[in-house]
Design a protein around this ligand. Structure first.
Ligand SMILES: [Mg+2]
Length: 368
């Protein structure tokens, strides 16, 4: 397989509602869409999950564009590769920049599975025909707003509710949620808003029988998380702290977490995601697939990855219609009774809608 041409597009899509985390609020989602063509004219698609600003990680849309244009695309163009796992070797002289690497690696996986005539899920080794999905709910103005949103999503059948928390929007809010929804599978995501000084607050969350608390402490930490995990009964899940198989191995060895949220972009692609998945499975540590407010292309990659056997907890990959008026794939990703049916067509299994893609495109450049 050889990549002969790559097109980068800067897209801007408006979220249906403003999304608030412990770092701030935004509604416009800017991202890079990558189309890679092979010599037979097939197109593989990848999406960069980097945000416009560096609040989640140091990578941004602009740094991803720079890395792709100046390093990653030139390194991969016209290289003969037989399997997508080889992409990481091609990039072995380029440090980090995982979201940028993942953008093009995802397109290679899509192309590879198309050339094999199998679905991306099958190419990865996934067996599930449908996957369970949960939902991620940003910080709201009031607890009653949050309760109403949870009620709506429980009615829609979503399999677990993830509530973003931050100091001042945590124990009291979770208490209200638990009072109204005593049995709903519930978890909290702090996006690194706490330190070990907040240990009493974090301990207080134990009473709500949460499935996990996600990334309570610093985004680069695994030591303090190990101390915290010893002090609380709620399983700690790591998100921002895990960038590689090696990070996951060390976190498991230290007892820093019981669960890992795998985000394809954060760990540099599908091959590394699969390695982390396999490692966690061998340690009986469950994984699940986190969301980054993806368009349909990134969403399709998440769906495929989630078909692997150790994704035993519902992920964040909700329906397209939860976030977008109109997504860029046909059909859109839909959720029925809390499940997404995994497409079985070759590649990502959803058709990129070129007309809609063009309508969201601000800038476009082709490299060959
Ligand atoms: Mg998270």
């Amino acid at each position: 397989m050889q990549i002969k041409e790559v097109t980068l597009r800067h897209l801007q899509m408006k979220l249906k509602f403003p999304f608030t985390t412990s770092f701030g609020t935004f509604q416009d989602r800017d991202f890079i869409l990558l189309e890679a063509k092979d010599k037979n004219g097939h197109s593989g698609w990848g999406e960069s999950v980097a945000f416009h600003s560096p609040w989640y990680s140091e990578e941004t849309m602009k740094t991803n564009w720079h890395m792709l244009e100046d390093y990653l695309i030139p390194a991969l163009l016209n290289q003969e590769i037989t399997h997508p796992d080889e992409v990481s070797e091609v990039f072995s002289n380029i440090r980090k920049n995982n979201m940028a690497k993942s953008t093009i690696e995802g397109a290679v996986w899509d192309l590879y599975s198309q050339e094999q005539g199998i679905s991306l899920a099958s190419a990865l080794g996934g067996k599930k025909s449908k996957i369970e999905v949960g939902i991620s709910i940003g910080i709201q103005d009031t607890a009653s707003d949050l309760l109403r949103i949870i009620e709506k999503h429980v009615e829609e059948g979503y399999k677990r509710m993830k509530v973003k928390i931050k100091p001042g929007w945590d124990v009291d809010v979770m208490r209200e949620v638990r009072k109204e929804f005593p049995d709903v599978p519930l978890m909290a995501d702090a996006n690194s808003a706490y330190t070990l000084k907040d240990i009493d607050t974090l301990k207080a969350l134990d009473e709500f029988d949460l499935m996990m608390i996600e990334q309570p402490l610093a985004s680069d930490d695994i030591i303090d998380h190990a101390k915290l995990q010893q002090a609380i009964s709620t399983p700690v899940c790591l998100d921002e702290s895990i960038h590689s198989y090696e990070d996951a191995r060390k976190a498991i060895e230290l007892g820093s977490c019981g669960i890992i949220n795998i985000k394809i972009g954060r760990v540099g692609g599908l091959s590394e995601s699969k390695r982390i998945h396999d490692l966690c499975e061998s340690h009986h540590s469950p994984v699940w697939c986190g969301g980054m407010l993806e368009s349909g292309i990134g969403r399709a990659h998440n769906v495929a990855l989630t078909t692997l056997s150790n994704f035993i907890m519902p992920g964040d990959t909700a329906a397209s219609s939860r976030y977008w008026e109109k997504d860029i794939i046909t059909p859109e990703v839909t959720v029925e009774d809390g499940y997404i049916t995994v497409p079985n067509k070759p590649g990502i299994g959803y058709e990129p809608d070129l007309e809609t893609i063009e309508s969201y495109t601000i800038e476009k450049k082709t490299y060959k």
